[in-house]
Design a protein around this ligand. Structure first.
Ligand code: FPP
Length: 257
C-alpha cells in the first residue's frame, strides 16, 4: 500500500460502500461448503482494501453482516462470527502497519462479548491512522441506524420532543453510526441482485449505484477499477439540472469527527 488519499484525482470517489454478495453461490458452484465462499470473501476484502489505498479512496465501508442475517441458519451465523473473530485477530496488525483505521458500525451489543472486546481493541489500536478509513458494518441495518440515531438525538436533548420542528437533517445525521464519514459517492453491489437491502438508507440518497453479476470472492482490483471507471463517467447532479452542474454541487453534510 503506497498511496495517500491526498493523491486522489477528482473523479475518484472519496467514499466507496460495498454490499459483498455471492459468497454462498461461489461455494455452491464448486460443491464447497458456504464457509469456503466466506473465507474467499475475506481474501477479496484484503485485495479491494489495498486497491482502494492505491487509488486514493479515503473511506471504504463494507456490509459484512446485516440485521437480517441473524435469520440465517444458526451454524452459518456462528461460522460467520468465528470468521470475523479470526479475521480481526489475523489482520489487525497488518491494517495498522498499513495506516488503515478500522471501525465496526452496527448494533454491537448483539455480538458475542469476546467479539465486542476484540473490536474495541482493534479500533483503539488503529485510531491514529488516516490513510484509509475502513468501516465494517456488522449487525447493521439502515432502518436500525435511523431509529437509533433518533433515540440518541432525543437522549442528547430531550426537549426536542416538544419542539420537533427543530429536528433537521444535519442534527439527525450527526447521530448515525457513520456520522464520522462523508456520504458514500459510490455503492457497489456484487452478486447480481439490484437492491440496497437495508444498507445505509439515509446516506445512499445521492450515491451512484453500481451493480455487477460478479460474485464477491471473484471481485478484485481489476473489478474495482471497472467500477471506478464507470463512476468517473457519471454526472452527479444532486437534484439540479444538467445545465446547473457546472456550478459547485450541494455539499453532503459531514458531521465533526
Ligand atoms: C453475502 O454472501 C456475504 C455475507 C453475508 C457475509 C460477508 C462476509 C464476508 C465477505 C467475509 C468477512 C468480511 C470481513 C469484513 C471480515 P451470501 O452468503 O449472501 O452469498 P449468496 O447470496 O451467494 O448466498
Amino acid at each position: 500500500m503506497t498511496r495517500n488519499a491526498a493523491d486522489r484525482p477528482a473523479a475518484v470517489p472519496r467514499h466507496v460502500a460495498i454490499i459483498m454478495d455471492g459468497n454462498g453461490r461461489w461455494a455452491n458452484a464448486r460443491h464447497l461448503p458456504r464457509v469456503a465462499g466466506h473465507n474467499r470473501g475475506v481474501d477479496a476484502v484484503r485485495r479491494v482494501m489495498e486497491a482502494c489505498v492505491r487509488r486514493g479512496v479515503e473511506y471504504l465501508t463494507l456490509f459484512a453482516f446485516s440485521s437480517e442475517n441473524w435469520r440465517r441458519p444458526a451454524d452459518e451465523v456462528s461460522t460467520l462470527m468465528r470468521l470475523f473473530m479470526t479475521a480481526l485477530q489475523k489482520e489487525v496488525s497488518r491494517l495498522n502497519e498499513n495506516g488503515v483505521r478500522l471501525r465496526v458500525a452496527g448494533d454491537l451489543a448483539t455480538l458475542e462479548p469476546e467479539l465486542q472486546r476484540r473490536i474495541t481493541q482493534a479500533q483503539a489500536l488503529t485510531e491514529g491512522n488516516a490513510r484509509l478509513k475502513l468501516t465494517v458494518c456488522a449487525s447493521y441495518g439502515g432502518r436500525w441506524d435511523m431509529i437509533n440515531a433518533m433515540r440518541s438525538l432525543l437522549a442528547a436533548d430531550p426537549s426536542l420532543a416538544n419542539r420537533p420542528q427543530d429536528i433537521d437533517e444535519a442534527s439527525l445525521a450527526q447521530h448515525l453510526a457513520l456520522a464520522f464519514a462523508p456520504e458514500p459517492d459510490l455503492l457497489i453491489r456484487t452478486g447480481g441482485e439490484r437492491r440496497i437491502s437495508n444498507f445505509m438508507l439515509w446516506q445512499l440518497a445521492y450515491a451512484e449505484l453500481y451493480f455487477t453479476d460478479q460474485l464477491w470472492p471473484d471481485f478484485d482490483a481489476v473489478s474495482l477499477d471497472a467500477a471506478l471507471a464507470w463512476y468517473a463517467q457519471r454526472e452527479r447532479r444532486f437534484g439540479r439540472t444538467s445545465q446547473q452542474v457546472g456550478a459547485p454541487p450541494v455539499p453532503a453534510p459531514v458531521a465533526p469527527a
